[in-house]
Design a protein around this ligand. Structure first.
Ligand SMILES: Cc1cc2nc3c(=O)[nH]c(=O)nc-3n(C[C@H](O)[C@H](O)[C@H](O)COP(=O)(O)O)c2cc1C
Length: 392
């Protein structure tokens, strides 16, 4: 049986190019399931799409015949991949905000498959802060993008906004479907911030949001890995499809990590407290005007170091370093001290620059080299790290 790809055609001037894309994919032996938005039918007819794809064209969410033949949820899952080409500014905005008010948007919200967007719009629409924010959000949700390219537009303006060429989209689809090479790998990710209780109402913690850990987990799950996600306090959503283990303190995280192994790969992205409160109070400490309470700290066990030196050491151990100064020097010395293979180093300039931010700038440090990645979304960092693990 042929593998299926769903192509959602949005109401943009580049809609006609989707016909060529369908032909390219058919020549690669894919069956195409075409979906047309209402606006798209002003640019291209169902008849031509149906004739080229040799398939029924879906466009109405409330078409009862479709619902009995194949329900909209089933339709969102029958393909290997959903491709939106052209992805209009309107569709992008709806996807980013979870809107499901027609067939195309409902399919994208309901799917359990990867979604590839090929944006196409006027340069001002593309550069609008609303679109920029939507695109960042979608990358964070794990959507893949191709283009847009730069060039002359149908409206006579020039700039970024032209849809990628059908041949480029086809090549991206092929490589996207090929990348599922981690299906036999068990991967640990620690994420979020640990909490060390002082008393029942007070604790020591940090600003880690868990965004980076979740982004890495999402990328690895898309490549078929079995992900064990051990997470402390986090303000971000947990990765769908991972085994989630919620913990509070560093010692709980340590126990969960070693109880659920061994792993093929370990990624220690959590911000773990170096110390715990040795004289934790079982009752709320009352304010006294005579003296302030004394907090006594003891060192926590070191997850990264112990997993790197363990008997069942993973083939690859990746740690994270957040440093306020001497980033590379400190990260290199962490690499040596802990005995891990790679340190992902990021500089903490001020609180808002890394913690809770959707973007980051990191350096990848191993024994033989240091590579500086440009600033990018944490989703892209997750994607690149998953490629690095796949190629290891
Ligand atoms: C002639 C014409 C060309 C258009 N081209 C585009 C385009 O290339 N990209 C885009 O985002 N919107 C474009 N629009 C606007 C969309 O058609 C409009 O936002 C519509 O609501 C999109 O619907 P859909 O996203 O459900 O397909 C165009 C409109 C017209 C009238």
């Amino acid at each position: 049986m042929k593998k299926k790809i769903t192509i959602i055609i949005g109401g943009g001037i580049a809609a006609y190019k989707s016909l060529e894309l369908i032909r390219f994919l058919q020549s690669e032996n894919f069956e195409i399931i075409p979906v047309l938005t209402k606006s798209a039918s002003n640019f291209i007819t169902s008849l031509s799409i149906s004739a080229i794809s040799k398939n029924k064209v879906y466009s109405d969410l409330f078409d009862l015949n479709d619902e009995t033949e194949m329900g909209h949820i089933q339709l969102s899952r029958v393909s290997e991949l959903l491709v939106v080409a052209p992805a209009t500014a309107n569709l992008i905005s709806k996807f980013a905000n979870g809107i499901a008010d027609d067939l195309a948007t409902t399919l994208v919200l309901a799917t359990d498959k990867k979604v590839l967007l090929a944006p196409s719009m006027n340069v001002r629409m593309w550069n609008h802060p609303a679109t920029k924010e939507n695109i960042l959000k979608l990358k964070q949700f794990g959507f893949e993008l191709i283009g847009p390219n730069s060039g002359e537009m149908a409206c006579g303006e020039f700039g970024l906004g032209r849809m990628a060429e059908p041949i480029e989209i086809k090549n991206q689809i092929l490589s996207s479907l090929k990348n599922k090479n981690l299906s036999n790998k068990k991967i640990l990710i620690t994420s979020g911030a640990t909490i060390e209780r002082i008393d029942p109402v007070r604790y020591i913690s940090n600003d880690s949001s868990g965004i980076q850990g979740t982004s890495i987990a999402n990328a690895l799950i898309r490549k078929g890995a079995e992900v064990i996600f051990v997470t402390g306090k986090s303000t971000y959503e947990k990765p769908l499809g991972a085994k989630i283990i919620n913990v509070e303190s560093a010692r709980e995280m340590y126990d969960a990590v070693f109880k659920n192994g061994p792993y093929n790969v370990a990624i220690c992205a959590a911000a773990v407290s170096d110390w715990y409160v040795d004289n934790k109070n079982s009752k709320k400490i009352k304010k006294s005007f005579l003296k302030s309470p004394q907090i006594s700290l003891k060192e926590n066990p070191d997850i990264l170091s112990d997993i790197s030196k363990s008997k069942n050491r993973p083939e690859l151990v990746i740690g994270f370093a957040a440093e306020t100064d001497d980033l590379i020097k400190n990260a290199k010395s962490k690499l040596n001290q802990k005995g891990c293979d790679i340190i992902v180093a990021n500089k903490i300039d001020n609180k808002s620059s890394v913690f809770g931010n959707l973007e980051n700038k990191v350096s990848i440090i191993s024994n033989d080299k240091t590579v500086h990645w440009p600033k990018m979304s944490k989703a892209e960092i997750g994607e690149k790290l998953s490629d690095l693990i796949e190629n290891h």
